[in-house]
Design a protein. Sequence first.
Length: 234
Amino acid sequence: MARAGSGSWLDSLSAGRTELGRSSTAERVAAVLRTRVMEGDLLPGLRLSEEAIGGVLGVSRNTLREAFRLLTHERLLVHELGRGVFVRTPGIADVVDLYAARRVIECGALRSWTSASERARDDVRDAVRGQGEAAAAERWTDVATGNIRFHLAITRLVGSARLAEEVERLLAELRLMFHHMGDPREFHEDYVRLNRGIVALLDADRVADAEAELARYFTTAEQHLLTRMRQSPA
């Protein structure tokens, strides 16, 4: 397994140090690390060095260990006795459970489209637009990140901070699942088109159709992930 050292992901992590401020807490540290998972910087199986991460973020070992504990509870990290803390590698049961939750949450969230603020609706559109631009430039890692942002924006249509926080944790776990898929273009290219189609239905006030399309989308994505995992388990 890889060990967290001085790689590029630690450089990206250092940007989060300014977010912690003097009143750093384990929850804030966990949020910084979770963001790095969602951005695709922390790969499944990566060993996390307390010394390296604590040095980059400027936090104590106790604070960092509490952050690790929180992220372990969220299924993003795993502690292996005598070996250390690693970024978790999700399995088949995780995929099935996660998509069951997503169907309930995100399909339900789409029903808030007509009552949501224009800013919230624009966030959904902007996520798809940004994803399309990244695909055109063949920045497929950014396309994956754009997909995460699209689904988080759907959840935020509801206007519930609590729900958005929960879904952010689910989507961070989803990003770890993406790493099973190998070539990111092969996996994500079709979903750029599907995401665009869902927004088109929403803009045409066909919310029920958009909800049905998202449900079909989840079935396709779930089977896509499960097939790849069964072919080449991590």
